[in-house]
Design a protein around this ligand. Structure first.
Ligand code: SF4
Length: 356
């Protein structure tokens, strides 16, 4: 387990296949309406988290290549494949619209190997009636009344509100590191498979964070700030030491874009509204609106745009760069592990430029 995963150490221990009742486990490869899964009495397992919190995520990618996955494929896909096999997951909810073609092909591989795949789509442009039909269909497939999932939304909203407060303490009070912010937000995708335990752990973390001293001179509008306030946008990073390295350069990551989206940051009344406002599966323009608004609100002076090698989202870089309004460094990584020397040099030069 890398040290970052120890922030949510229960997830790492949960990753041992023996801990998971497989007849109740449903693997997920991306954020899906977890309220429906919990309401139906199943345990959501985010396979991305199982992969990246493993002791040897690099070896998991290599294992998938040994099993026939091409080298020029996204490493998250290969890690998810090995994680699924290691844990012994038999059922997966797969996002067939609103994620990516790599995921679609991965789902086909799973089907060919006898794993049940339940399809879920985020309709183009977040069309409400089409999305609601998807939510109702998913509830029906899992054998739960849709109103029960709505009730579960109200319960999970309480859990999510703790993570929203952790996020606020990150950017407004400087009491939570960018790395801890990343982990609490990213793990809302499955809430460790146990939302009550997750709630308890998040509440403990929050209680400790509230009593911390804020980082020196770090106030939202201070001209004396010693730390550079930066944002992180794009899919969660596969490299393990990015946040630690950024902090060592005197920066404070006050915004984790996609991870924050996983936490469903907007107040909403219904599941349909919640997953319509979730920006990640829809067009880049919705994401941009959210990014620009948070960059302004959080007083961010520069942004790291993380892109995963071989991901289609890399093409959107030019749209983001043209519209974001603050300096941006695009950082591309392929495999899990530490940043290499060239990446570190580019990051250092970017931060020096921001300081200047
Ligand atoms: S990083 Fe890109 S290619 Fe990889 S799973 Fe995510 S969306 Fe697909």
């Amino acid at each position: 387990m890398d040290s970052s995963c120890s922030i949510i150490d229960s997830k790492a221990s949960f990753s041992a296949s023996t801990d998971i009742p497989l007849n109740k486990a449903i693997g997920i490869t991306s954020t899906v309406p977890v309220e429906i899964i919990f309401a139906a009495g199943y345990i959501p397992i985010d396979l991305n988290n199982i992969f990246i919190c493993d002791e040897d995520p690099y070896g998991m990618v290599e294992n998938a290549e040994t099993m026939g996955f091409p080298r020029n494929t996204c490493s998250w896909i290969k890690g998810i494949y090995t994680a699924t096999k290691n844990v012994g997951i038999k059922r997966i909810i797969g996002v067939v619209q609103g994620d990516c073609s790599h995921t679609n092909a991965l789902l086909e591989v799973f089907q060919s190997e006898g794993i049940e795949v339940i399809p879920f789509s985020y309709p183009h442009k977040g069309n409400r009636s089409l999305l609601e039909a998807q939510l109702v269909e998913l509830a029906k497939t899992l054998g739960v009344e849709f109103y029960k999932a709505q009730e579960m939304k109200a319960r999970l909203d309480k859990v999510r509100s703790i993570v929203h407060e952790i996020d606020r303490l990150t950017w407004e009070e400087g009491k939570v590191s960018g790395e801890a912010n990343h982990y609490w937000n990213v793990s809302t995708s499955d809430m460790m498979g146990n939302y009550e335990l997750y709630e308890q752990k998040a509440a403990e973390f929050l209680k400790n964070a509230i009593n911390r001293q804020p980082k020196k001179l770090e106030t939202l509008n201070s001209k004396l700030e010693t730390q550079i306030r930066i944002g992180f946008i794009g899919v969660p990073p596969i490299c393990t030491d990015l946040y630690v390295f950024l902090e060592s350069l005197g920066t404070h990551v006050v915004f984790n874009e996609v991870q924050r989206q996983f936490s469903m940051p907007y107040p909403t009344e219904t599941l349909t509204e919640q997953y319509t406002r979730y920006t990640y599966p829809y067009s880049i323009f919705g994401r941009l609106e959210d990014i620009k608004s948070e960059v302004k609100k959080r007083n961010i002076c520069g942004v790291i745009n993380y892109v995963q090698s071989f991901c289609f989202r890399n093409i959107q870089e030019k749209i983001i760069r043209a519209n974001i309004g603050v300096p941006m460094l695009t950082l591309e990584c392929d495999r899990p592990g530490r940043l290499d020397g060239a990446m570190k040099t580019r990051i250092e030069a970017f931060i020096e430029m921001l300081k200047g």
